[in-house]
Design a protein around this ligand. Structure first.
Ligand code: AMP
Ligand code: GLY
Length: 428
């Protein structure tokens, strides 16, 4: 079977790496891919938002499975278009992708299906939203309804800040059409956990928990990024509680979508926050997290192609999915300046030295192929990922490998995984 993976980040390199290990997979195409995917499969110059181009490529190249990395093509109807062409797509339809593409839609689904989430109100009218914020005061959270490149959420500590953010979004249209509707919700406090499941429309299989590190600076300081590192498992949500959590935050959404005539196929990712009143859902994503995917792929001990095909066929129930018992951690190396403007075109080397440790894999993200290797081409450049018997061991493998990679003017947080140490079972 030929596979087409859509996307160009560290997540897609990890998916390419894992799918290439499957005996079911012949050729792997990645659209558009990066320097890492090019070392395993064939990069093809089709952009991730070019739905028509992706379908045409898949049809012409005998692709038997398309795997959507990012949400954008899914919100644009990639899965529907592939279904019309008779090609299986691991990733949900346009309707289901609104769980990520529209925060108001996601909140309404959560409310209707009884998923624990922050109290909220939805506004399309600026004056009404302003009155509501005036009345509620701070702290308060504002969310642009649509996709806003990860910048659409403002956690406001003061009423003045909230009113300013609201004006920017609704009156000055800072996020364009994505901010025409705004969700205003109560602020919740607690650590965040990424809770992902493979879904076949009816059944689901939970993945081990992960924790991401969204802030650019150590101690979770500074502006938010796409994610500076992640580890799995995250014991803050103990394994014994995963099945119950699946029934609370995954199953109701699958039932809801099925009842609406739109079964959800792909990865459903619940972003949880561990509040004193119990875990609540902050958001849903309709794809693997990046960088959460990198540690998850290191731990997956089953055939990913088989799992994805089972999801597409609706028979996930018959599969048992194995995960390595080890902990995996991914440390992101970004270009200096990220998440602001940063220099690109920097030479990268030392991967082979880093990977001399069999516990280590260097996944590439914002890179492109260049003579003799890869050069940087984006903000998040590499995801140095390692396994270990616990978080402490995994961290020491990962950081030793980070120090072997040569990438001038790079930046990484040195405290990835530190917040997980307090939850580690004794002996790790
Ligand atoms: P979202 O895109 O909805 O996940 O929001 C991005 C980030 O904003 C989350 O990962 C949280 O750190 C923060 N956030 C979102 N909603 C809330 C909330 N209700 N209370 C506190 N923080 C929030
Ligand atoms: N790492 C967070 C996300 O992929 O949304």
């Amino acid at each position: 079977m030929n596979v087409l993976i859509v996307g160009s980040g560290g997540r897609e390199h990890a998916l390419t790496w894992k799918l290439s290990q499957s005996p079911l997979v012949d050729r792997i195409f990645i659209a558009p891919g990066n320097g890492g995917t090019a070392t395993i499969g064939e990069n093809v110059p089709v952009k991730d938002d070019d739905v028509r181009g992706l379908v045409e490529f898949a049809r012409k190249n005998g692709v038997g499975l398309v795997v959507a990395g990012p949400e954008l093509p899914l919100t644009l109807g990639l899965s529907n278009a592939l279904s019309d062409a008779g090609i299986p797509c691991f990733g949900p339809t346009e309707y289901c992708a609104r769980l990520e593409g529209s925060k108001a839609f996601a909140k309404e689904v959560m409310l209707e299906s009884g998923v624990p989430t922050a109290h909220f109100a939805v506004f399309r009218d600026y004056a009404k939203a302003r009155d509501f914020v005036e009345e509620k005061g701070a702290p308060i959270v504002l969310k642009a309804d649509g996709l806003a490149a990860g910048k659409g959420v403002a956690v406001c500590r003061t009423k003045e800040q909230a009113l300013f953010e609201l004006e920017q979004t609704m009156a000055h249209k800072r996020f364009g059409a994505a901010g025409e509707t705004v969700v205003v919700e109560e602020m919740l406090a607690g650590e965040e956990v990424s809770f992902l499941a493979f879904c076949d429309g009816e059944n689901y299989a939970l993945m081990p928990t992960c924790q991401d590190h969204k802030a650019v600076g150590e101690g979770d300081s500074g502006p938010n990024t796409g994610g500076m590192g992640a580890f799995s498992p995250a014991h803050i949500l103990p394994e014994s509680e995963w099945p119950e959590m699946g029934e609370k935050v995954i199953a109701p959404v699958l039932r809801h979508m099925r009842a609406k005539g739109h079964p959800f196929v792909g990865v459903l990712y619940a972003g949880l926050i561990m509040t004193p009143e119990g875990p609540m859902v902050l958001e849903y994503n309709v794809r693997f997290g990046d960088p959460e995917c990198q540690p998850l792929m290191m731990r997956l001990d089953s055939d990913l192609a088989e799992i994805m095909l089972a999801c597409c066929r609706g028979d996930l129930g018959g599969l048992s999915i194995r995960w390595k018992p080890e902990t995996a951690i991914c440390v992101v190396l970004s270009a200096e300046g990220y998440p602001g403007p940063c220099t690109t075109g920097m030479a990268l080397s030392g991967f082979a030295q880093a990977e001399q440790d069999p516990a280590v894999k260097v996944f590439q993200a914002g890179t492109k192929p260049a003579p003799g290797g890869s050069v940087s081409s984006g903000g998040r450049v590499l995801g140095v990922t390692a396994l270990g018997r616990g978080l402490t061991e995994a961290r020491s493998h990962a950081y030793a490998a980070v120090d072997k990679v040569r990438f001038e003017k790079s930046y990484c947080r040195r405290d990835i995984g530190e917040k997980g140490l307090k939850w580690e079972p004794r002996g790790n």
